[in-house]
Design a protein around this ligand. Structure first.
Ligand code: FES
Length: 96
């Protein structure tokens, strides 16, 4: 695999989603349009995660890129201790 995801931020992004609309969540951590993809993964073996909003309203999308429930925040960012934005994402992903 070329490249690893990096931490974009250690807090989730509150965004307004629209039911039925497709979004592309940045998985590589390099997008300047967090939490969404801006194409910065080009050249990496990391693709954005495409999802369709199930309801209209506010949602908290992961920016630490370590969530086990990506694209949504699951609180994993609170366990990143001394890591900072720009650091590689540790293997803390949960499988549930
Ligand atoms: S920002 Fe909360 S789990 Fe990634």
């Amino acid at each position: 695999m070329t490249g690893v995801p990096i931490i974009a931020a250690k807090t989730p992004a509150k965004v307004e989603l629209e039911e039925g609309k497709r979004y592309f969540w940045c998985q590589c951590g390099r997008s300047k349009s967090q939490p969404f993809c801006d194409g910065s993964h080009k050249g990496l073996d990391i693709e954005p995660i495409s999802f369709i909003a199930e309801k209209t309203g506010a949602a908290f999308l992961c920016q630490c890129k370590a969530s086990g429930k990506a694209p949504f925040c699951d609180g994993t960012h609170t366990r990143l201790d001394d890591l900072n934005p720009g650091d590689p994402v540790p293997d803390t992903r949960q499988s549930d």
